[in-house]
Design a protein around this ligand. Structure first.
Ligand SMILES: [Zn+2]
Length: 97
């Protein structure tokens, strides 16, 4: 397949698709990880950034969709929000203002 530069319009559509996939991840426990992975792949393919509010909703190590108190623990540490993933036992740190 010939490689072409993603158009602005495609990027915008992808942004909407990513939000949609996260919405689905929130609804389905069973497929949440798949939705997050798909959303991430889409973002990488079109070289777009993950929307900031979505970045903190999944584990960057294993792509588990965070359900606070259920599959992750949240702590605030020196200006950072620290998520501890029960699935892969790793931390995801997100700075906040
Ligand atoms: Zn994880």
């Amino acid at each position: 397949m010939p490689h072409k530069k993603p158009l602005e319009k495609e990027k915008k559509t992808a942004g909407e698709a990513i939000r949609f996939l996260f919405g689905e991840a929130a609804k389905s426990k069973k497929y949440a990880k798949k939705y997050v992975q798909t959303a991430r792949k889409l973002a990488m393919k079109l070289k777009i950034r993950m929307p900031r509010e979505l970045k903190r909703q999944y584990c960057k190590h294993c792509y588990t969709y965070f359900r606070i108190g259920e599959n992750c623990r949240v702590r605030v540490q020196r200006g950072k929000v620290v998520y501890y993933c029960f699935d892969c036992k790793k931390y995801t740190r997100i700075p906040y203002k």
